[in-house]
Design a protein around this ligand. Structure first.
Ligand code: SF4
Length: 386
């Protein structure tokens, strides 16, 4: 297998056997022994190589989950302290030109939609600031005619006095467009590949610009090259085999860390949720909580400094447990519909959240775990060069 960091991520995945026929990795997973898992656990915690990760996510590693969890917990405390960062999504639009089969905003869904004007978005942002959030994630469907680069830059400039960190989770853009966002004060971009399995990708993304797998794969390079400080990637868990997805996701993350070493990489773990006109139980690769836990701690044991993010897609009891095992950032009090903080019934949601606790309740829960909730992710004074 050839692997060169000068290569594109598309070529790297292909040359590692992680694009196309993935039977090789499936067979290797089945052949992992307990001795392989022990060897992986004896290696330096927090360092990555694909064979180590393979052992840690294998069926054979399931009997080592307790040990893995303890190692993941102490490594996370060592690197991040006993802290948990909090953020909130701010949904801007539910109009979308894509037809992702797992999403309530799918263009085919005949439903009422909503977009926020800049002043309406600011009103929502004020509510988040009142809750104490200093880290906001602007989220939008692919509504390019309304949520334009100009809209986002103008909004970001107005939000800057209120928040220490502004990120986006929006449609794919060019490097130049991302640069404009960065200049306006947006410092992070999250963009999920959704699945690294091309066949599954084709199945779930039937139309719209998002249907282009390779274009999506290239996007993190575009925003990383634009200077974004936070680079978020992930897969939507439920679309394809989680173990093979983890191998590809980790390889992608490792590539980005090497190439854009000034930025911080984060991995997210969204599990598919029910949504308007989406019955999540129809998806054949849904993963159980044990597998989700194994994925999170395996990635922590391979990437000591990666930010690991868990959203309100997960129920309260699972989030209460997972924050001790490697997660470093969680959302709280989230609304997944534009305008939802002012009026939750106002429009359709992208998906149903699973943890409906308020930000204050989440902060209190974090304290009871002996950790400190951190609403402020970053201070711009840290990056001043004069
Ligand atoms: S996942 Fe995003 S791009 Fe796909 S339909 Fe939903 S909002 Fe649109």
């Amino acid at each position: 297998m050839i692997s060169t960091e000068n290569n594109t991520i598309k070529n790297i995945l292909a040359s590692n056997g992680l694009d196309g026929d993935i039977g090789l990795w499936q067979r290797r997973l089945d052949q992992i022994t307990k001795a392989d898992v022990k060897r992986a656990l004896d290696s330096v915690p927090g360092t990555y190589n694909i064979n180590k990760l393979l052992a840690l996510i294998s069926p054979a590693a399931e009997s080592y989950l307790e040990q893995m969890a303890q190692m993941s917990q102490s490594l996370t405390i060592q690197r991040f302290g006993r802290t948990m960062k909090l953020y909130a999504p701010l949904y801007l639009s539910s109009y979308c030109s894509n037809s992702c089969l797992y999403c309530g905003f799918n263009t085919q869904n005949k439903t009422e939609r909503k977009r926020l004007t800049i002043s309406q978005a600011i009103e929502e942002a004020k509510l988040l600031a009142e809750y104490g959030f200093s880290d906001v994630l602007l989220v939008s469907s692919e509504d390019k005619n309304f949520i334009t680069v100009d809209y986002l830059t103008e909004l970001a400039k107005k939000l800057k006095p209120m928040f220490s960190s502004i990120s986006v989770e929006i449609y794919q853009m060019t490097e130049d467009e991302y640069k404009k966002l960065f200049c306006a004060g947006i410092e992070g971009v999250t963009l999920y590949q959704e699945t690294y399995n091309r066949d599954a990708y084709r199945l779930y993304h039937r139309s719209g610009s998002k249907a282009d797998f390779d274009n999506r794969l290239q996007s993190p390079d575009n925003f990383a090259a634009a200077g974004m400080r936070e680079i978020g990637i992930g897969v939507l868990l439920g679309l394809a085999d989680w173990r093979l997805e983890t191998l590809a996701l980790a390889r992608h993350g490792h590539y980005l860390m090497k190439k854009y070493w000034k930025s911080r990489i984060s991995f997210s773990f969204p599990r598919l949720r029910p949504a308007s006109q989406v019955e999540s139980s129809n998806f054949e690769h849904l993963i159980d909580t044990k597998s989700l836990t194994q994925m999170i701690i395996a990635l922590r044991l391979c990437f000591a400094d990666a930010s690991l993010v868990l959203s309100t897609r997960e129920p309260a009891d699972i989030r209460n447990n997972l924050i001790k095992l490697g997660i470093t950032k969680i959302s709280a009090g989230s609304k997944t519909n534009p305008g939802g903080y002012a009026d939750d019934k106002i429009s359709i949601k992208q998906f149903q959240v699973n943890d409906n606790r308020s930000p204050a309740q989440i902060a209190q829960m974090i304290r009871t775990k002996g950790m400190e909730p951190v609403f402020k992710d970053w201070d711009k004074a840290f990056t001043k060069t004069d």
